[in-house]
Design a binder for this molecule. Sequence first.
Ligand SMILES: [Zn+2]
Length: 258
Amino acid sequence: MKFQLLPSTFDENGCASARQHFACFVIDDCVSIDAGSLAMASDAMQRKQIRDVVLTHAHLDHIAGLPLFVDDLFASLSEPIRVHATAEVVEVLERDVFNWDVYPRFSELKNNVGAVLEYRPFEVGEEFSIKHLSFKSIGVNHKVPSVGFVVSDRKITIAFSGDTAEMNGFWDVVNNENKLDALLIECAFPNELNNIACDSHHLTPKTLQSEIAKLQHDTCPIYVINMKPMYREEIVRQINELKIENLQILEVGRIYNW
Ligand SMILES: [Zn+2]
């Protein structure tokens, strides 16, 4: 399984920065989880192949690149972009984003071939397949309706928390898997901003540590994602202080082959 976190910000030399404003993860160059920087940072192969976008929730940093991605590809699409999301998320997209005021309602538009945007709603807890990948959606604990996923290509299985605070159901599902090859889990704020983390339903290194203690796949590599860019250095320092051997930061832009 090829896995990549697409970049979304620039350093002082104009190159991709480790700081992430947006969340967008591409699997095998053909399916994306969230679409924060999908239009801005996908390469030519990914733009050609990605026709399925799976959303964890509707917050801006997770969807910002979706309207632009559909717009960029509008004339060239020979099949629609399929947005897989819960009904609540689809409702937000249609009401607040693709509402003609913020951006065109692409679900009502067609190019010369046909539809350019289709919704594929799923229920929380539902399992579904996209291409060669199976997805299990799991409700997590965020400020708005949000899901994490267990994703498998039959050989490799990964779990993905999306944005969340403390969870229980997620761990039940993850621990039930026969094997787990990678866990990706958020850590948005440093410890000293615990109040903001609680109010906005995010994790800090301290609460991340208690969450990881719930994982029963002891040797599974754990990658931290979705760190707020302005606090990145401090979060990384605090995560390193935890001295958890199999815990590391997911590197922006790096291609992981699991
Ligand atoms: Zn969020």
